[in-house]
Design a binder for this molecule. Structure first.
Ligand code: HEM
Length: 313
């Protein structure tokens, strides 16, 4: 169901290619390497329980572990470089289990299938002879893959967030939500910042200090929590539920699922951050996976990756 971890499988090749592109950074994630772990809490709104019987959507205050990150595989990447940022949330449930939501600062994924994603990553590999990037490989890929080209164009409209707390984050895949009365519907998660969105140009981003996103978040949280509204965009019959690269119309109804408050940076060392693992398929009763091939490939990829980094590879 969740993709194969076997050596040589597409998923194994994806992780290997990510690790090659990132370069040697033992113990770090091969993507989303530079992160910051925070503590917070989520409270569901009264509407949420009409959509799902999941325990964290019933209205009680649920503690959460939150990780913001830059999608690059370089743990030292300059915060001002254009690229995707992320927000991962681990809802800590009363029974000791957890449910995860992983979200990126751009709506829609770059590829429809794991195979296409692998081709996109491979276009970024250096030439094995010269060790330098192949100059026309990425433009050629984008020229023949309109989905990826549209993704890059969207990204460059919002290239550098001014704050981790001032970007919207999207979990991309559709999940199926089932309420206590048995009614089911597909929806997509979006985290919307209460402080509003704010972006920098690549030029202005480059002038900031290399860790300005961490510094900014630290200062902001000393003054009060950073708040995100968690919304569920509901699918209509014509909306694809198995294609993370296809955006649904922006005017689709959205249910307010609740409020996430990020309250402080956790005093976590690198070892704590290494132990932490988010997985988009880690969910509870009341939330089911869709048949999106990218979603179904991810759990195996995260497990291979965790296996490497937990061994300090
Ligand atoms: C086949 C497609 C994908 C592959 C192979 C893949 C692979 C990976 C890997 C290997 C990691 C590091 C995991 C770890 O070591 O713990 C990771 C992290 C992450 N990925 Fe993906 N990914 C894919 C699609 C996506 C999509 C569609 C999203 C959109 C939300 C996404 C969001 C994230 C986030 C937010 C993290 C960081 C999690 C954290 O903070 O620990 N990924 N991904």
């Amino acid at each position: 169901m969740s993709g194969s971890t076997e050596p040589g499988s597409v998923v194994a090749q994806l992780v290997e290619t990510m690790r090659t592109l990132a370069g040697a950074h033992p113990g770090f994630r091969p993507v989303h390497a530079k992160g910051i772990v925070c503590a917070g809490a989520f409270r569901a709104s009264p509407q949420a329980r009409r959509v799902s019987r999941a325990p964290h959507l019933q209205g009680a205050l649920v503690p959460a572990v939150i990780r913001f990150a830059n999608a690059s595989g370089n743990p030292e990447v300059h915060d001002g470089l254009p690229g995707v940022r992320s927000l991962s949330v681990k809802f800590q449930l009363a029974d000791g289990k957890s449910a995860d939501v992983l979200a990126n600062s751009i709506e829609g994924f770059v590829a429809r299938t794991p195979e296409d994603f692998l081709e996109f990553l491979r276009a970024q590999l250096p030439d094995p002879v010269t060790g330098r990037p192949v100059p026309d490989a990425v433009p050629r890929f984008l020229g023949s893959h309109p989905i990826a080209r549209a993704f890059v164009e969207r990204l460059m409209k919002k290239p550098v967030p001014a704050s981790y707390a001032q970007a919207s984050y999207h979990a991309e895949h559709a999940f199926r939500f089932t309420a206590a009365d048995g009614t089911s519907r597909f929806g997509r998660y979006h985290f919307v910042p209460e402080a509003g969105e704010a972006f920098l140009s690549p030029e202005d981003g480059g002038k900031r200090s290399p860790n300005f996103l961490r510094d900014e978040l630290d200062g902001r949280l000393r003054r009060g929590p950073a708040v995100f509204r968690l919304q569920l965009q509901l699918a209509e019959a014509s909306d694809p539920t198995d294609d993370a690269s296809a955006l649904w119309p922006a005017d689709r109804a959205r249910v307010e699922l609740g409020r996430l408050e990020v309250t402080g940076i956790s005093p976590t060392g690198p070892a704590d951050e290494r132990r932490l693992v988010f997985d988009p398929t880690n969910r509870t009763d009341g939330i089911d996976l869709s048949t999106d091939p990218i979603l179904l490939a991810r759990s195996a990829a995260y497990s291979i990756s965790y296996n490497h980094r937990s061994k300090g590879e």
